[in-house]
Design a protein around this ligand. Sequence first.
Ligand code: SAH
Length: 249
Amino acid sequence: MTTAILSALPEEQSGLVGSLEQARRVTHAGRAFWQGVLHGKPVVLALSGMGKVAAATTATVLVERFGVARIVFTGVAGGLGDGVRVGDVVVALDYVQHDMDVSPLFQRWHVPGYAGVRLPCDAGLSAHLSGAVSACLQSAGGQFYVNSDGRPPQLHRGLVASGDQFVTSAQVSRALRDPLVAAGHDVLAVEMEGAAVAQVCLDYGVPFAAVRTISDRADDDAHVDFPVFIQTVASRYADHIVRHLLELL
Ligand code: SAH
């Protein structure tokens, strides 16, 4: 029962590769995959690359070539929901592709061929992931990130949006969020890969869960906040959360 741990960027993955035992690097489809044992459990570590298509290719290889039993995404995202702040952690319950629009033939955001606008994550695996995040924040939250007002990081669970766009202005962020919220889709965060992996996992019937740490607020400061967060804290979150998760599986 091999677990795939997928990240978008090398900075998010670096600590995981460092802790991998019996590590074996395999390349396929122009990507590096790290097979081995992490905290006593068989894993494959992979980089999705950036954007929906790159992520879908990686997820397909993980299922077809490596036969993984489940895929867990760990990465960063821009915060969209009220109160979703830099340093907070979002566990996705479901995904929407914010740049999919086949209206008026289909409802806006609905990927034709799937049940609805929202692409669900696996409930059981997501519950384990939430448990792992809660345990981390309780035991080591202060080591992760503390907001300027001294508020420790918080866990949010709900809808995450993906699309092929790095959202770096308050205006674009509002244009993306407001119509979703008005249609009853209360979106917490935006990133560029998760919905594609969710779609591939639905196709194959492979359980999928995703955790995203908020690196920026997808606003006019995002281009400054994102690189600082990625270089200083992102991999620490990934290491702790994945260790707690693997202990639960
Ligand atoms: N110029 C950047 C590219 C960042 S892409 C670079 O240094 O390479 C941002 C990555 O983090 C994507 O993988 C995406 O999933 C996530 N992400 C973080 N903040 C985001 C935001 N505000 N909008 C979209 N994706 C975001």
